[in-house]
Design a protein around this ligand. Sequence first.
Ligand SMILES: O=c1ccn([C@H]2C[C@H](O)[C@@H](COP(=O)(O)O)O2)c(=O)[nH]1
Ligand SMILES: [Zn+2]
Length: 190
Amino acid sequence: MDLTEETKNMSINDQNLQTKRSGYIDWQEYFMATAFLAAKRSKDPSFQVGACVVNRDNKIVGIGYNGMPIGCDDDEFPWGKNTPSPLDSKYLYVCHAEMNAIVNKNSADVKDCIIYVGLFPCNECAKIIIQSGITEVVYLSDKNGHKPTYIASKRMFDAAGVKYWQFKPKNDKIVINFTGIDWENMSPSK
Ligand SMILES: O=c1ccn([C@H]2C[C@H](O)[C@@H](COP(=O)(O)O)O2)c(=O)[nH]1
Ligand SMILES: [Zn+2]
């Protein structure tokens, strides 16, 4: 039996398994989706942000989301924003996603790394990003771009030579379906 004959006798499923699968997500989608997944851990009722730090070998070296500092119980500390006293709002306490991703790093440092983040970084995060040695920021939303805080971030990034660009997703959604794999046949059911 020659090779063509052999191929004819293979099931369509077997033939499909001879070549690389299509429909996989690319690196940028993977890292931004990781940031979005991390955001799902946030307890902030109004805005959830996630961040993912990646080195130039495409290895994830840090992940974070906005949340209360370690030891500050997120059931005890406030989540409000427009409170009469600033002491009763979240702003004095919450750690931003970028800061958490950087301090949670599992590598010696984050020099020349890229940070993927759902929201363009505020000025305080911009300072931490610059000081940590991160050289590229990939963000999805710049909804606060007109505010001084965020204009200051861009000014600092420009001065420090940190590149930043907006991620344009190819897919509106990346669905994680825990029951979507046919484990018996080890191939996705969809
Ligand atoms: O660079 C940033 C800016 C903001 N965040 C966090 C901080 C807060 O938890 C929310 C913003 O809440 P608003 O109610 O929209 O003011 O986002 C961050 O993680 N990184
Ligand atoms: Zn910030």
